[in-house]
Design a protein around this ligand. Structure first.
Ligand code: PMP
Length: 420
């Protein structure tokens, strides 16, 4: 007798680590914001591959371009060689994204994933400044390799390395201590007093909205002030837009409303558009100081991902696209505010901005219970934060109103069930 998918996964559990514990089924198909499992059950996806599927599953225009490219024997792997797919992507990225925002960056392909772009940013900052330390923030998440983990503010994740991770200083993120205490003043005192042993760091790295750390959104004034401190002290500012970028917060780059131009920007997840691995490190031209060979890698830039990434940029040619994300974000905010008011038992607080919002509950285990109940109702949703205290609404940014409303209905039912 043939085993079903779940039985196979259970058998593999001894050697496979996966999300199956949180989402215990076997998915076979997906389109837009919908997924189907092997029993044909339909799910609504409010997870979007943790931000890798901002345009939903199997976006039809990207699929068409990719299939045509493959059928035409387009180059798959080309390492550092020039390819037409790479050239087309770079041209469109420059025309559609950088130029209209008056951003002047060189684009680097650091490796296939988010952690690769962070590693390249940290490495380049040290090389260019000749300094060692990096300042990062409480609850920040930047990746799982040694460098990116060393700037990740999560003790459980850090313990995975089994050793202390050096050359980083963790500062309180905006509002981490309280709304009143300006911890950036504190940071400046440190920098001024560097004669007593505090080193000027090479860089400050931050997420404008912390994705994994609990959808903590920094205020724009705070981000601006970090930028000013960086400029005053010749420290490089790295914005990790791996999760918050590519429209997730309502603009292409999450830092746009703060009016800053970071020295280095890390992009991955949805930049490939179709869920294919692609990472970009954007660097200010004067930082382009690596000699050929000082940063290389076999899978830097995947041509299939270039094809879908180029097509994805078509969304950004439409002047109404950003506004549509922002309008739907306001609908999400309204829904969450209503839930917090209507169900005071969950002791909820609104978190995040744009398509990166959620509710943090002061009731232990509540948010996990909501996510579990949501899955029982065929809605896929994750929790975030050091204690999984936040349930996180992460639908594709091109979801329609009907999809949002359906998701809201299921979330409200899940909240009701979790309160019982
Ligand atoms: N930076 C941020 C802000 C992230 O959210 C993540 C992934 N969750 C990473 C870096 C690492 O990306 P990857 O898992 O692709 O290495």
């Amino acid at each position: 007798m043939t085993k079903n998918g779940l039985e196979i996964i259970e058998e593999l559990e001894s050697c496979v680590r996966s999300y199956v514990r949180a989402f215990p089924t076997v998915f076979t198909k997906a389109r837009g914001y919908k997924m189907w499992d092997e029993d044909g059950k339909e799910y609504i996806d409010f997870f979007s591959g943790a931000g890798a599927l901002n345009y939903g599953h199997n976006e039809p225009n990207m699929k068409k371009k990719l299939v045509e490219y493959i059928l035409d024997d387009g180059i798959t792997h080309s390492l550092d060689m020039a390819s037409s797919a790479k050239a087309e992507f770079l041209e469109k990225f420059n025309e559609v994204i950088l130029k209209p925002r008056d951003l002047d960056y060189k684009v680097m392909f650091p490796g296939p994933t988010g952690t690769n772009t962070v590693e390249s940013a940290l490495k380049l900052a040290r090389k260019v400044t000749g300094r060692t330390e990096i300042i990062s923030f409480t609850n920040g998440f930047h990746g799982m390799t040694i460098g990116s983990l060393s700037v990740t503010g999560n003790s459980m994740k850090r313990s995975g390395a089994g050793i202390p991770l050096h050359n980083t200083v963790t500062m309180p993120y905006d509002n981490f201590v309280s709304d009143e205490l300006d911890t950036l003043e504190y940071l400046e005192r440190f920098l001024e007093d560097n004669g007593s042993g505090v080193s000027i760091p090479a860089a400050i790295i931050l997420e404008t909205v912390q994705g994994e750390g609990g959808i903590n959104a920094a205020r724009f004034e705070w981000i601006k002030k970090v930028d000013e401190i960086c400029k005053r002290w010749g420290i490089l500012l790295i914005i990790d837009d791996v999760q918050a970028g590519v429209g997730r917060t309502g603009t292409f780059f999450s830092f746009e409303p703060a009016g800053i131009k970071p020295d280095i920007v890390c992009l991955s997840k949805s930049i490939g558009g179709y869920g294919l691995p692609l990472a970009l490190t954007l660097i200010s031209p004067e930082l382009d100081q690596w000699k050929p060979g000082e940063h290389n890698g076999t899978f830097r830039g995947n041509n299939h991902a270039f094809v879908t990434a180029t097509e994805a940029l078509t969304y950004w040619e439409d002047p109404t696209f950003e506004k549509s994300i922002q309008d739907k974000s306001a609908t999400i905010t309204k829904f969450l505010e209503n839930m917090i008011e209507k169900y005071p038992e969950m002791k909820g607080h609104l978190k995040g901005r744009g398509f990166m919002q959620g509710i943090s509950s002061d009731v232990e285990g509540f948010s996990e219970k909501v996510a579990e109940e949501a899955f029982n109702r065929c809605l896929i949703m994750e929790t975030a934060g050091g204690h999984d205290q936040v349930f996180k609404l992460f639908p594709p940014i091109n979801i329609d109103e009907a999809g949002l409303e359906k998701g809201f209905e299921l979330i409200e039912e899940s909240i009701k069930e979790a309160i019982k």
